[in-house]
Write a protein of this length. Structure first.
Length: 543
């Protein structure tokens, strides 16, 4: 058991300690300022009053977060308002069996230092597998809000199920964070995977570490976002909103380093020393979950729609990569060695093709055209890395690795697709399935932005025609598209099947409730996903 950033003392008792005994073990005397190895634990009087409009009163303005569920524990996080003199602030942390903290299972003192923006990430270990715990931080005699953490089932165990949400893309605009509230009240969730665009920095003005820190603090002022983090652990990766629009490996080194430093300071994930974020965790023998980094190692975006000529041909260059060689090799090894029933791969952007116009009908006249010829949406996704995508999906099918599900966000559009190494060859084997979540807030709201002069039912009909054109005429493996709605996805996993439900919500209504807009089932070993009926179906479906 230990912590990043100067942890002073840790107490672990598997039988549980009372809070009084826990504080006594740390050397606390009721009502007194305590000195631990020369570090003064300050009372609240040493902290300034919260500024007008601050997120929460007291010394913990950003709430709390717990990270990836691990069999023996997790990482817990908070940020403390700096003392008036800006010095380091010792914090007491504790993990308990109950929300009243009458049975404390782990705890200690950690130093929130100015060099890390007064944030702390504590690696908690020694807990029992496959259960919920409660945690909090204290400064002086002020306790912050209580959060929940989850431990994963033990390796080799056979859990009967896993239920989680995945989502991404949350702008601060005139829409509400009601999707976050809806996720936090979904029954039976084990964690939420946030797949990037957690913040949207200013492409020009966000440069320094403090600039990036301030963006996270601005987002943390959203109360429904803080409530979500207190309720559920979060597994995270990043997109470009955390850096600047269109970030890649060739960005300004100092700016990239500042953005990554602020990111690690604001999430419950301990920097392994090289700012590497791709990683995996298991859910017993049921599922292995791998989280990817689609940004740090990728070659630059090519701004071309026609990929059959000119600059667009470069998207087929075998040397182009979004994962980088080391991460590609790591991922293929994870997939090949996994013995779980399911392999879940969570990343920033979708791996499924998204072709606007299929140009394969021109092949008799253009035999030299690259494979899967077409006009593609000029956005940042795997369509920019044609050869690497085919290599990855080909590896999966060549090694007979079955039951793979990819999860993404970034597009602000809901998508679902079967995955084949060659999407234009119906005989090409299924390598897996790809699901892309919509945005959590409205950006853009297609109807409001582009079709506001039309009646709602007419506007939705226009969108439906566009969705059907993209699906039925141009992407034979696409099973679903929804251009209009915001929300998130719920994934239900058991040993024999996975169901993915698109949950939509009106983000302009502060009292809105989420509803099922589409649902799909994948049965182990099945060649295609099934569409399941829902009460209020939205979006367009493929054959």
């Amino acid at each position: 058991m230990g912590a990043r950033r100067g942890e002073e003392l840790v107490v672990v008792e598997r039988r549980g300690l009372s809070r009084r005994d826990f504080l006594a073990a740390l050397g606390f005397v009721a009502g007194a300022v305590v000195v631990l190895d020369g570090c003064v634990v300050p009372t609240p009087a040493l902290f300034p009053a919260p500024p007008s409009g601050a997120a929460d009163p007291g010394p913990f303005p950003d709430g709390v977060k717990a990270g990836d569920p691990l069999p023996d524990g997790s990482v817990i996080w908070t940020r403390v308002t700096p003392p008036i003199d800006g010095s380091a602030a010792p914090l007491v942390w504790s993990v308990a069996d109950d929300a009243g903290f009458t049975s404390i299972r782990a705890g200690g003192v950690v130093l929130a230092e100015p060099a890390h923006g007064h944030s702390v990430s504590v690696r908690v270990a020694g807990l029992d597998a496959d259960r919920w715990y409660f945690y909090r931080f204290e400064s002086g005699d002020v306790a912050g809000r209580v959060g929940r953490l989850r431990t994963a089932p033990a390796p080799g165990s056979d859990p009967s199920g896993l239920r989680f949400a995945f989502c991404g893309d949350q702008q601060i605009n005139d829409s509400w964070f009601v999707a976050h509230r809806a996720i936090s009240t979904e029954p039976g969730l084990d964690f939420v995977a946030h797949l990037g665009d957690y913040v949207y920095v200013n492409d020009v003005a966000t440069l320094t570490v403090d600039d990036y820190r301030n963006e996270y603090r601005r987002w943390h002022r959203q109360p429904m976002l803080r409530d979500l983090h207190a309720a559920l652990p979060v597994s995270v990766t990043w997109s470009d909103g955390e850096f600047y629009n269109g970030v890649d490996k060739d960005g300004p080194p100092t700016r990239l380093a500042n953005a990554k430093r602020a990111w690690f300071e604001n999430f419950p994930l301990v920097d392994p020393g090289d700012q590497r974020i791709y990683r995996t965790f298991g859910w017993g023998g049921l599922a292995d979950v791998s989280l990817l980094d689609d940004r740090s190692y990728r070659d630059p975006f090519i701004d071309a729609t026609d990929l059959t000529q000119g600059p667009g041909l470069a998207t087929y260059d075998p040397a182009r990569t979004t994962l980088g060689a080391a991460q590609f090799n790591w991922l293929t090894a994870q997939l090949a060695t996994s013995t779980a029933a399911w392999r879940l791969v969570a990343e920033d952007y979708p791996i499924a093709p998204w072709r606007l116009v299929n140009l394969e009908f021109l092949r008799p006249f253009r035999p030299d055209a690259p494979p899967n010829a077409g006009l593609y949406i000029p956005t940042e996704d795997w369509d920019q890395y044609m050869a690497e995508r085919r290599d990855l999906l080909g590896f999966i099918t060549d090694h007979h690795i079955a039951d793979n599900v990819f999860l993404a966000a970034q597009t602000h559009i809901s998508l679902a697709s079967d995955l084949r190494p060659n999407p234009d060859d119906a005989a090409s084997p299924i390598a897996g399935f790809d699901f892309t979540a919509p945005s959590l807030t409205a950006d853009p709201d297609v109807i409001r932005s582009y079709l506001s002069d039309l009646p709602t039912d007419v506007a939705e009909g226009v969108l439906g025609l566009g969705e059907q054109f993209v699906i039925s005429q141009n992407n034979p493996n696409m099973r679903y598209m929804n251009l209009a709605d915001q929300g998130y996805c719920i994934v239900d996993v058991d040993p024999e099947r996975i169901e993915v439900t698109y949950r939509f919500i009106n983000t302009y209504d502060p009292d809105a409730e989420a509803y099922d807009g589409a649902r799909f089932r994948i049965v182990r070993g099945a060649p295609r996903m099934e569409q399941l009926p829902v009460g209020r179906q939205r979006g367009s479906f493929g054959a």
